[in-house]
Design a protein around this ligand. Structure first.
Ligand code: DGL
Length: 258
């Protein structure tokens, strides 16, 4: 069993940890939430790179054999620099799931919800340029989504109002596949699905909207890169640069909603 170091700006990366635990339940996990600096979405790439490097060093010092960057914004800003700096360490990052969305769409329009940092990053722009001849891609920043999740507001009128403001324009443009390009957003999936299903009903059921979360693919990639021959007792350790309250609340939420 190996030790997997995993980090995010906050508790969003637990949506990736959940998939890792399903696929690789016996490994040891050290999860680091940079909650003192959350959100990353509007911070400079230099700032996010510095944090990603410091957190990686901390996770390696604690025995991590592999690092999962469970944050689209940090992947966009820092994964190449991390691979250059820590040459002996395998890294797995988040990929915007544009490909499965492009393959699945029936309307020819796909929506992407992500942070401003991710949408501006070359990783996303390169992926987008590979598909935009065949499908129309419409984007929105999930404004306020990260704050909802960090506050433990996973449902209710406030979550619906905030989610609708970013999702409805994508639905109105005809998007029938929506990429969740931020690891916090899967926590809001029930709310997002409710808004999408109301939209589909308003179209007399002539459309079906699906949300795509890349976390299961990231877990499969981690399984492939996991170093063999390591020994560690399984379990999950939760660390944070700030309060661990949001982290523990979100961790219980993913356990309840298994
Ligand atoms: N969960 C992160 C992501 O996947 C970061 C969100 C944020 O801190 O703005 O992008």
């Amino acid at each position: 069993m190996a030790t997997v170091g995993i980090f995010d700006s906050g508790s969003g990366g637990l949506s990736v940890l959940k998939e890792l635990l399903k696929l690789l339940p016996r490994e040891r996990y050290i999860y680091y939430s940079d909650s003192a600096n959350c959100p990353y979405g509007d911070k400079s790439p230099e700032f996010v790179r510095r944090r990603a490097s410091d957190i990686t060093r901390l996770l390696l010092d604690k025995g991590a054999d592999i690092i999962v960057v469970a944050c689209n914004t940090a992947t966009a800003a820092a994964i190449s620099a991390l691979r250059d700096e820590f040459r002996d360490t395998p890294f797995v990052g988040m990929e915007p799931a544009v490909k499965p969305a492009a393959l699945g769409t029936r309307t020819g329009v796909i929506g992407v919800l992500a942070t401003a940092g991710t949408l501006k990053g070359s990783l996303y722009l390169d992926t987008k340029s590979r598909f935009q001849d065949n499908v129309r891609i419409v984007e929105r920043v999930g404004r306020g989504f990260v704050e909802l999740v960090e506050n433990g507001t996973f449902s209710g009128p406030e979550a619906e109002r905030v989610c609708k403001a970013s999702l409805q324009p994508l639905l109105d443009e005809g998007a029938d596949r929506i990429v969740l390009g931020c690891t916090h957003y899967p926590f809001l999936l029930p709310v997002l699905e409710k808004i999408a299903s109301e939209h589909c009903i308003s179209l007399n059921g002539s459309r079906e909207v699906q949300f795509i979360d890349p976390a299961p693919a990231v877990a499969r990639r981690t399984a492939l890169l996991l170093p063999a021959g390591k020994t560690a007792a399984g379990g999950v350790e939760l660390l944070s640069s700030g309060s661990t309250e949001a982290l523990e609340r979100s961790f219980s939420f993913i356990n309840i909603n298994k």
